[in-house]
Ligand binder design. Structure first.
Ligand code: FES
Length: 106
């Protein structure tokens, strides 16, 4: 498989506002996109602690705060950074091309 074969166009870059998160559902996967100072990151949208959507949380720097119990994750690595979250969330590689956001899906 070529390294470029699994890049999937998921959003317009202009739709992911700086300091905000949006949800996208390419190929039925629930994924949150974040814009931190112009760079885009992607994690699974559902919190690893419960049934909350991280896209509805509060993005502060590189951390997304879950709207349910205020646990946090680093959007760059998916690692949990604040209790009650302990399990990481999945992340995907991101590239920007032609004003579009692409994810390397599995
Ligand atoms: S559901 Fe996200 S911190 Fe509890």
């Amino acid at each position: 498989m070529s390294s470029d074969s699994n890049w999937t166009d998921v959003a317009a870059l202009a739709d992911v506002f700086e300091g905000a998160a949006i949800a996208v559902t390419p190929q039925g996967q629930d994924i949150a996109l974040y814009n931190v100072e112009g760079a885009i990151y992607a994690t699974q949208n559902v919190c690893s602690h419960g049934n909350a959507n991280l896209c509805d949380g509060y993005l502060e720097g590189f951390e997304i705060e879950c709207p349910f119990h205020q646990g946090r994750f680093d959007v760059r690595t998916g690692q949990a950074t604040l209790l009650p979250c302990t399990e990481p969330v999945k992340i995907w590689p991101v590239k920007i091309e032609g004003g579009r956001v692409f994810l390397a899906l599995d």
